[in-house]
Structures are given as C-alpha cells and as structure tokens.
Design a protein around this ligand. Structure first.
Ligand SMILES: Nc1ncnc2c1ncn2[C@@H]1O[C@H](COP(=O)(O)OP(=O)(O)OP(=O)(O)O)[C@@H](O)[C@H]1O
Ligand SMILES: [Mg+2]
Length: 284
C-alpha cells in the first residue's frame, strides 16, 4: 500500500495555523541541520486540531508550526497520540476540528486535490509494507507512475538514483523478502522520496529492526535532514534525537506538553510527565 492508496476522508476548510514556536531553536549538535530563518509559510501548520476516537480525546488542541528544513522529534508514552498526530498530517486520519496546512496550502477534504497534497507528505512506518511480488526498484517506481503519471523509464531512472542514495542500488532487482529489515526500511524511505515530498514523517522507523540494522536507517535519515528535508520523527532513538533533532515535542494524553530544543529537553525537562518518561527510557 502506498499513502496515496488510502481512502480520502472529510475535514473542514483549513487556514494557515497561528501556532506559537515560529522561531526555530538553533541546535548545537553537529548533525542537526542549520536553521536559517524560515522564509515563507511554515511547512506544517496545525491550528486548534482536535480529534476523538469515540470517547477517547486522542488529540487535544494541537497548535504546531514546523518551519521549512526543521527536524522535529516527537516523544511520549505509548498511547499519547504520536502516531495519530502523524496520520492526521497527511489525512490518513480525519480530524474533528481545527486546521492543517502543508506549505501554506490547507489540506483539502478529499478528492484529487487531497491525493496531490498527500503526495507532498512522505510517510515511513515501523512496518515497511513493500509489495512482496514486486522487485525493489519496482516498489520505488510504482507511486510516481500511478499517482504522478511519470513515464516508466524516467521513474526507473529516478528510483535507481534514490536506491543509490540509500545505499542499496545493488539490490534493485531482488524481492523484499530477500532483503534484511534495515535494507527494506531504506527501500521504504526511497519509495517515499520518489514522490518528491516536501515533508517526511517517520513513525518509529527503526522499532521493528534488529539492533545492528538501526544505524544504517538512522544514517539515511541524518543525511536527509542535512540536505534540508523537513522531518517529523517519532522515535525512541535518543542518540538520534539529540544528534539530528532541532526540536523535541513531548506528548502526553493527546497534548503537546513540552516543545523545546533537544538538549534542554533531555537535560532539564520541565513537566513531571517528561521527567517520568525520560527516567524510564534512559534507564533502559
Ligand atoms: N483507529 C483507532 N480507533 C480507536 N482508537 C485508536 C485508533 N488508533 C489509535 N487509537 C487510540 O488512540 C490513542 C493514541 O494512539 P496512538 O497510536 O496515536 O499512540 P502512540 O503515541 O503512537 O502510541 P505508541 O507509542 O504505542 O505507538 C491510543 O489510546 C490508541 O489506543
Ligand atoms: Mg505509535
């Protein structure tokens, strides 16, 4: 399945968000991308976003602006709404109220406009969801051909470039089952990049991997960040968060409880929820 295959859903009209945090904190870590003053609209703008699953208030008054090129790490306990947050950003999940805009364009409710805008937002999940009966290169070519109507030869050439970039061009004609988990996840990243997204969302991209394969995936993500990709990353990889993140969002019970620069989050968390969370994960 590609993101573009997901069913459209309904949502209200959106305008550019008016959230705080317009100014990106400068990270001192060496791998974090330099944060130039953001020109133009924020890449992601969420304003007063609320969502329920039945009785459960899963997102509560989310206000978030992510400037172009920023790498945002999303942390929080299980069930706090991190995945749901990601999924609303490309409308895999509808919202009850509020506004979401990508690069200044309100997310349309449904139809072709939604498919086009959703293609601006690449998403990489914990499970790779590659098509088992297609080769690696075919997996990467598929969405550009189907959604962007790219010619097959051009799609293949671009797919090979992307496989080169993630370090697995030599596996292009294999099938997913013949690759390691780390290699498959790099294919999933290449597949998302094939749509030339403006934003990349990563939802625990390394959680399902054997430990020795985690770094090969994080390295690809670090290089993407350095190239200026706007990224929102849900991860438990604290080394990566400190190294590559410009900003940490800490979520609890559907709210953004802290929104700060990584070093200050890790060294001086403000809320009890964050202190408790860090105490648990850092003691592992
Ligand atoms: N489709 C759904 N229908 C009903 N409830 C859902 C649905 N998806 C998620 N939830 C609930 O919403 C809450 C937030 O889920 P979400 O997956 O966003 O959390 P998360 O922070 O990503 O957690 P984890 O760290 O375990 O991945 C949870 O209580 C979850 O059970
Ligand atoms: Mg999740």
């Amino acid at each position: 399945m590609t993101d573009a295959d997901a069913a459209p859903d309904s949502a209200g009209d959106a305008t550019t968000g008016n959230a705080a945090a317009a100014e990106a904190p400068q990270s001192l870590s060496k791998d974090a991308p330099a944060q130039a003053p953001a020109a133009g609209p924020p890449m992601i703008a969420m304003s007063k976003v609320d969502k329920h699953f039945g009785e459960l208030h899963v997102l509560r008054d989310i206000n978030l602006e992510v400037p172009r090129g920023q790498v945002v790490i999303v942390l929080g306990p299980s069930g706090s709404g991190k995945s749901t947050l990601c999924r609303t950003i490309n409308r895999l999940e509808p919202i009850d109220s509020g506004d979401i805009a990508i690069d200044g364009v309100p997310l349309p409710a449904e139809g072709k406009a939604l498919a086009a805008l959703r293609a601006d937002v690449g998403m990489v999940f914990q499970s790779f969801n590659l098509f088992a009966h297609k080769t690696i290169v075919e997996n990467v070519m598929l969405a550009p051909i189907k959604v962007r109507k790219v010619k097959k030869d051009a799609a293949r050439a671009r797919a090979m470039e992307l496989l080169e970039r993630v370090g697995i061009a030599n596996q292009a004609d294999k099938y997913p089952a013949q690759l390691s988990g780390g290699q498959q996840q790099r294919v999933a990243i290449a597949r998302a990049l094939a749509m030339s997204p403006k934003v990349m969302l990563f939802d625990e991209p390394t959680s399902a991997l054997d430990p020795e394969m985690v770094n090969e995936v994080l390295d690809v993500m670090v290089s993407l960040a350095k190239e200026g990709m706007t990224m929102l990353v849900v991860t438990h990889e604290m080394g990566f968060a400190r190294r590559a993140g410009n900003r940490v969002l800490f979520m609890a019970d559907g709210s953004i409880v802290e929104d700060t620069e990584p070093e200050s989050f890790f060294t001086a968390p403000k809320s009890d929820r964050a202190k408790d969370f860090l105490g648990k994960i850092l003691s592992h």
